[in-house]
Write a new protein. Structure first.
Ligand code: PHE
Length: 339
């Protein structure tokens, strides 16, 4: 009887030692200790044992069971330890190696330009105002003297929303920062001296246009602000911005419904693949009397200039960049060059 149990223990030991993985170990366990396992079966037979031998049988059976359980536990620990050590060896980390380091972020070139512009205009007494990118028809077009059939309103270049304003007109993504002229002038008393940088949107996409771009609006309204003031302020702004005295800048007569007379200002690339080429940077002019009226002011008394400049354009000129889409591709090789 004793032998029988000893054999069982030694068989279990051999079989446990033959496997190296936990899953098959559990299967082997059930061969001995499971419902149909040999130890279980033996125990079930206790009734067939002679009465006087039963006690001894019980002692042997229990000891056999606990020996097998011990063997199993040891084998389980052994296999897990081997597995763990193996893993530790393979995934060894040398904590004394120098770190990989991480890239410091940098400010986006357009934001650098934005901050520079604010700083320069702030230093000569301009307020800085922020406004909504979703605009209504009044502020974006009508108040700015845009006739109903003006091409700037056409579906081709404006992103309209499927949502109306209080007057039943479609809301839109502002096509320029000029609505800020109206918003600011209506809520401030003259003299009005403000810039308003921000994002603007048009259905446009090529090397000098992107569907989302940045402009800065400038507005100075008082009793005697002339076109000559515009020229002086703007050219000196450019000198500060580009940190150069001699810039090639030209004013071309142009048309905007909200200024009269109107100009477009161009600047020449001094560096980069476009060196020697002109790039339009700004629209500007003397604010139209109808617009002054829409500010809630008397055009007989108040006059002044407005301008709207492209931040991408100014950035392109400053760093000699030929394609504005570079700003939006997120290529670190490009972005990290501009500090
Ligand atoms: N808003 C005009 C544009 O987007 C620029 C502009 C601003 C022109 C102010 C004149 C005065 O092109």
């Amino acid at each position: 009887m004793k032998k029988l149990f000893e054999e069982l223990v030694s068989n279990a030991n051999i079989e446990f030692n033959n496997t190296n993985d936990l899953v098959s170990l559990e299967q082997i366990k059930s061969k001995f200790l499971g419902k149909e396992g040999s130890v279980t079966k033996l125990l079930k037979n206790i009734s067939k044992i002679k009465k006087e031998d039963r006690k001894q049988f019980g002692i042997y059976a229990n000891s056999c069971k606990s020996q097998i359980e011990n063997l199993l536990k040891n084998r389980r620990n052994h296999i897990s330890n081997v597995y763990l050590n193996d893993k530790l060896n393979k995934e060894y980390i040398d904590v004394t190696l120098p770190g990989r380091g991480f890239l410091g972020g940098s400010i986006h070139p357009i934001m650098i330009t934005w901050a520079r512009i604010e700083k320069i205009f702030h230093s000569i007494g301009f307020d800085v105002a922020d406004g909504p990118e979703i605009e209504d028809d009044w502020n974006n077009f009508t108040a700015l003297n845009n006739p109903i059939d003006h091409p700037a309103r056409s579906m081709q270049d404006t992103f309209y929303l499927d949502m109306n304003d209080n007057y039943g007109k479609k809301l839109l993504l502002r096509t320029h920062t000029s609505p800020m002229q109206v918003r600011y002038a209506k809520s401030h008393k003259p003299p009005i001296k403000v810039i308003s940088p921000g994002r603007t949107y048009r259905v446009d996409n090529d090397s000098t246009h992107s569907p989302m771009f940045h402009q800065v609006e400038g507005l100075w309204i008082s009793e005697d602000i002339s076109f000559a003031n515009l020229k002086f302020i703007y050219i000196n702004f450019l000198r500060c911005f580009f940190e150069q005295e001699n810039l090639d800048v030209r004013f071309r007569p142009s048309f905007f419904p909200f200024t009269e007379p109107s100009v477009e200002m161009d600047m020449m690339f001094k560096t980069g693949p476009n060196k020697g080429k002109w790039l339009e940077i700004s629209g500007a002019g003397q604010v139209h009397p109808n617009v002054i009226r829409n500010f809630g002011l008397d055009p007989e008394k108040y006059m002044g200039f407005a301008f709207g400049s492209g931040l991408e354009r100014l950035t392109m000129l400053r760093y000699g960049i030929s394609d504005l889409r570079n700003f939006y591709e997120g290529d670190l090789r490009f972005l990290s060059q501009i500090k």
